[in-house]
Design a protein around this ligand. Structure first.
Ligand code: MG
Length: 263
């Protein structure tokens, strides 16, 4: 199956789904304190998403047993929520979640500090979010998908960070994972042309050190090989003739994001 092109009406449905995803993150954020377990966060997310008429899209996807991916410190992605995983002061956590509503999917991730974190951790979080926005800005008609990866890679490597190769962004909309793949590295001449109506999950995973990762014994959790920190941000983005439209951030909220992260 090729790349899906979505109508304005369908993009609106993805946005509606995306607002539940966004609100779930903002709710979870309030619970991110030392002492909370990642399993508690998962329950909070499930209840909230269902109360809004959505369904947690990760639950059961490829056999995944939870609603959230909760990836702490050196975990890059796909950290399984666990009762025994208790957040502590100085940790960083990336939370990735998906929602399906009326048949339309949204996918979005944020990374947060727990209490007071190191300067190095703060810098990694900030630069990773910047990488994502640079990627989003490149998601315009006539660019190729490679322009997104090039923008992300340039910014990350300018800060001495590693860009994870093994996991990539993707098309999203009627299914969680659609074509095309959206790597966070590469060159602007790579990949297919970006067209209006494409909807892409743009999601850089940026490591403090090497880009090498490995999968834990639980077969899900992906960690950095050198044990250093990793951060992850993701938005679901619709390509329009007027530029990228973020479906997992309320319209007009983009300007407040950096303030939000700083608070
Ligand atoms: Mg994704």
């Amino acid at each position: 199956m090729g790349v899906r092109i979505y109508t304005a009406k369908e993009v609106q449905k993805i946005y509606d789904s995306g607002m539940i995803s966004y609100e779930t993150h903002m709710l979870l954020r309030k619970h991110l304190k030392p002492g909370v377990s990642t399993l508690e966060l998962d329950k909070i997310a499930k209840n909230f998403i269902e109360s809004k008429g959505g369904k947690p899209a990760f639950l059961g996807l490829y056999g995944y047993p939870a609603c959230l991916c909760t990836s702490v410190n050196d975990t890059v992605v796909h950290g399984l929520p666990k009762k025994s995983c208790i957040l502590k002061e100085g940790d960083i956590i990336s939370i990735d979640l998906g929602v399906v509503k009326d048949g339309f999917y949204s996918d979005t991730a944020w990374t947060w500090p727990i209490g007071e974190v190191s300067e190095a951790a703060k810098r990694l979080i900030t630069v990773t979010q910047q990488c994502m926005f640079k990627g989003i800005q490149a998601a315009v008609p006539e660019n190729r998908v490679g322009a997104i990866g090039e923008a992300v890679q340039k910014h990350a490597e300018a800060h001495g960070y590693g860009v994870v190769r093994q996991l990539v962004g993707h098309g999203v909309g009627k299914a969680m994972h659609e074509e095309p793949q959206v790597p966070n590295f590469g060159r602007r001449r790579d990949g297919i042309k970006i067209r209006p109506g494409m909807v892409l999950a743009i999601e850089p995973m940026i490591n403090e050190g090497t880009y090498d990762v490995f999968t834990d014994d639980d077969k899900w959790t992906i960690r950095t090989k050198d044990g250093k920190l990793s951060a992850h941000f993701e938005h679901t983005v619709a390509v329009t003739v007027n530029g990228p439209m973020i479906c997992t951030l309320p319209k007009g909220a983009e300007a407040n994001v950096f303030e939000l992260m700083a608070s």
